[in-house]
Design a protein around this ligand. Sequence first.
Ligand SMILES: CC(C)(COP(=O)(O)OP(=O)(O)OC[C@H]1O[C@@H](n2cnc3c(N)ncnc32)[C@H](O)[C@@H]1OP(=O)(O)O)[C@@H](O)C(=O)NCCC(=O)NCCS
Length: 162
Amino acid sequence: MKPNRRLRLRRATIEDLDILVKQRRNMFEDLRHRTSLEHKVGDRSYRRFVKEMMPKGRFVGFLAETKDGEVVAGACVWIRDIQPHPGKISPRKGPYLMSVYTAPKFRRLGLATRLVKETMKWAKKNGFMQMTLHASRMGRRLYQDLGWERTWEMRFNLKGRR
Ligand SMILES: CC(C)(COP(=O)(O)OP(=O)(O)OC[C@H]1O[C@@H](n2cnc3c(N)ncnc32)[C@H](O)[C@@H]1OP(=O)(O)O)[C@@H](O)C(=O)NCCC(=O)NCCS
């Protein structure tokens, strides 16, 4: 059996809140340097966010764990509000993939691929037609290989502008 198959996937519950916050922080630590104060603020607001969204069914997490119960990877979906679009049914909510993270010792085993596929399966089963995400440099290839496409989202930094 491939090493990643020995790790089982499961749905996260509110009992996993500490793990979800830790994974999110680890993800940001890997992306670029931030101060410990910035992380502290981020951890606190993410904790509040998950606590608010999960019971409403607007935040779903999937975790990969070893047979000893050590959680080593995760991927989450936030059901966010979206603006109306033309079409037969204009969905007002859409799944946003976030907090995709694999612990360094468990990377390149296909775990994030399995987890992201699980979120996609979940979204499809729940009637959604499309998912979105913001890809880190490390994550880009993984999403592309799963068939995700680049879009034309843009942004403008208002800080320090008149
Ligand atoms: C990105 C990340 C989630 C990948 O997790 P993983 O479990 O190692 O991913 P997989 O094993 O499923 O990788 C699948 C493919 O993605 C690509 N990939 C994964 N990590 C990569 C990296 N560091 N650089 C370039 N491509 C990478 C490869 O094509 C890989 O296939 P291969 O191993 O056969 O070459 C993990 O490196 C991580 O947690 N990084 C820090 C946080 C982060 O960037 N998260 C994504 C936020 S959008």
